[in-house]
Write a protein that binds this ligand. Structure first.
Ligand SMILES: C[S@@+](CC[C@H](N)C(=O)[O-])C[C@H]1O[C@@H](n2cnc3c(N)ncnc32)[C@H](O)[C@@H]1O
Length: 286
């Protein structure tokens, strides 16, 4: 009889494979793209001098470094992630900035954190990938000081996020359509439903759960002659079109590029190629 898959193993494989490689390769571009969201979620989380802060799914470390700067030398910031290549990038960036957050390679769902040790648990798009999210958040909650804060940002539905939806709709006539994820499947849009997020956080023992919508313009590429080329390259590196094209031929990829180019051209503005993003900023108390 075959063994049941270990919890989160698919995600561990995924973030140590092609996804970890492409997020690391595109780190600067992704951080530029997400910068307006980063500013809003950091503003909501209010990291303070001297605090102990945990950054879940810290990836290449952009927010861990910002949190370490906010907490200052008297604070203690920890980034946890399952992806070896992304953590390697995070460590290099911390060293280059003279910052010393701790980075742990571990599954946040089951890691044995020191109980009641964090004032703030934070995440930028790193908490939607747990096979059993309520159990994972119960584990995270145990690591929080009484009176601590949970603060994270996650995506709302794909169709509200033009940056991902418009290229996908343009590509669909040419590709094998990706299976719509079954409800509860981990992934970038797993926390789109307000009631689902509220329910799982309450099941994990959190209190005072708030979800605030954040709608904003995201700049896929800044202005310039190669704005469309840059945007197409982005779509071919990160997101569902990139994933779908892994199993398609070069001829199909060429057709997809043509259709995505035509679609994205509609979003050219003097500021750059601008598409809507839609998130939840979530806060809760342990
Ligand atoms: C969408 S990326 C976001 C990375 C980073 N927070 C950022 O905004 O650039 C999701 C991150 O969550 C991490 N992740 C997924 N499941 C995890 C788990 N169970 N424990 C820790 N990290 C996890 C992935 O390795 C990846 O780095």
């Amino acid at each position: 009889m075959s063994q049941p898959a270990a919890l989160n193993q698919d995600q561990i494989d995924y973030w140590n494979g092609e996804a970890g490689a492409s997020w690391t390769r595109n780190q600067e571009r992704v951080d530029r793209f997400l910068a307006p969201i980063t500013a809003k979620v950091l503003d909501a989380a209010k990291p303070a001098k001297g605090e102990a802060i945990l950054d879940i799914g810290c990836g290449c470390g952009e927010t861990t470094l910002a949190l370490a700067e906010a907490a200052g030398p008297a604070g203690k910031v920890t980034g946890v992630d399952i992806s070896a290549p992304m953590l390697e990038r995070a460590r290099e960036r911390a060293a280059a900035k003279g910052l010393a957050p701790e980075f742990i390679k571990a599954d946040a769902a089951s890691y044995d954190f020191t109980p009641e040790s964090f004032d703030l648990v934070f995440s930028r798009f790193g908490v939607m990938f747990f096979d059993e999210p309520a159990a994972a958040f119960a584990n995270i909650r145990k690591a929080m000081k009484p009176g601590g804060r949970l603060s994270f940002v996650c995506w709302r539905e794909a169709k509200e996020n033009e940056w991902v939806f418009r290229p996908l709709v343009a590509a669909l006539p040419h590709i094998t359509p990706p299976e719509p994820p079954a409800p509860g499947t981990p992934g970038p849009f797993a926390f789109a439903d307000e009631g689902h997020v509220r329910g799982l956080l309450e099941e994990a023992g959190f209190d005072k759960v708030h979800l605030d919508p954040l709608d904003l313009d995201l700049i896929m590429a800044e202005g310039g002659a190669d704005m469309l080329d840059q945007s197409i390259n982005f779509v071919l590196e990160i997101g569902p079109v990139a994933r779908a094209l892994k199993s398609e031929s070069e001829a199909v990829t060429e057709k997809v590029i043509g259709s995505v180019r035509e679609e994205l051209a509609k979003f050219e503005t003097p500021k750059g190629l601008v598409l809507k993003g839609a998130c939840w900023i979530v806060s809760a108390r342990p």
